[in-house]
Design a protein around this ligand. Sequence first.
Ligand code: DP6
Length: 329
Amino acid sequence: MEKVKSYANIAIIKYWGKKDKQKMIPATSSISLTLKDLYTETEIEFIDDAEIKKEVEKNGEKFSGVRDLFFLNSELQDKIHTEKISKVVDLFRTQENEKNKKVKIKTTNNMPTAAGLSSSSSGLSAIIKACNKLFKKNLSQEQLAQISKYGSGSSARSFFGPVGMWDKNTGEVSEVKTDLKLAMIVLVLNEEKKIISSRKGMALCMETSTSFDEWIRQSEIDFENMKKYLSEGDFSKVGELTEENALRMHETTKNANPPFTYLTEKSFEAMEYVKKLRKQGERCYFTMDAGPNVKVLCLEEDFERLKDILGKKYKIIASKCKVISDNDD
Ligand code: DP6
């Protein structure tokens, strides 16, 4: 049995749209922080058909036809969910003698699943890492990232840290060098599953949003500027652009047909609160993904104090960044 741990990442320049769905070329380049305290732990082992049959008999019709066994937070997943994971494992079952190998995967997230807290980025990257070990493929972080993007685009960035990027023009996933020591504080406003997945949301925006072309155009500029501000170590510029880019992404949902939003009244209140703290002299900036929770970007040196302040008002999950090395497992 192999055991791995992988970390969630949260984008400060968002991936939102696919230029080529088959080849997984994103419509926008993105940059994210990989967070050491938002993670997934995954165990994987080979199993035989008899074990699958036994579990299906025990659990019922919904599970019949599964090719592998997939437990998420100790719960066996049904055929639809398991098939998604089996397709990811297929990316490693490439040799003739591997084709019929079945696996059992047990995965645990230390954060609410599918509430826009990026559990998919740590979840998918953990499965990819686990398969790399089990199938003894010995692939590099970049190679693993390139496989991971087929499971979920954003998960590719979790193979790099503290800061990772995915370049839409070169297709490369790599580390972004910066001297800034960054951290994130997630304000958990709602732990419900999101109504529209990021995959569906970005597809709907790409197909129908009247501001999508403008989003792509501006995002290219944002990406270049963010790399510059990170390399110069200019935190206030990094923070301001993080907010602007997130708001631009969310603008595309409002202009979609039908229009939709991931943000709630509570999200807007939280964003206002972050701005208010800033007026009081705190260095903190917000970002939001495909869910209502607001994530606060700050510097490590202000982390403890901001945790105290925000923790008084909200349920928080806070984390510094994770440095990922080449042989990280
Ligand atoms: C809003 O990676 O979940 O979090 O590639 O379709 O699986 P798929 O989408 P996914 O999209 C993440 C979108 C985002 C922004 C980001 O993480 O860059």
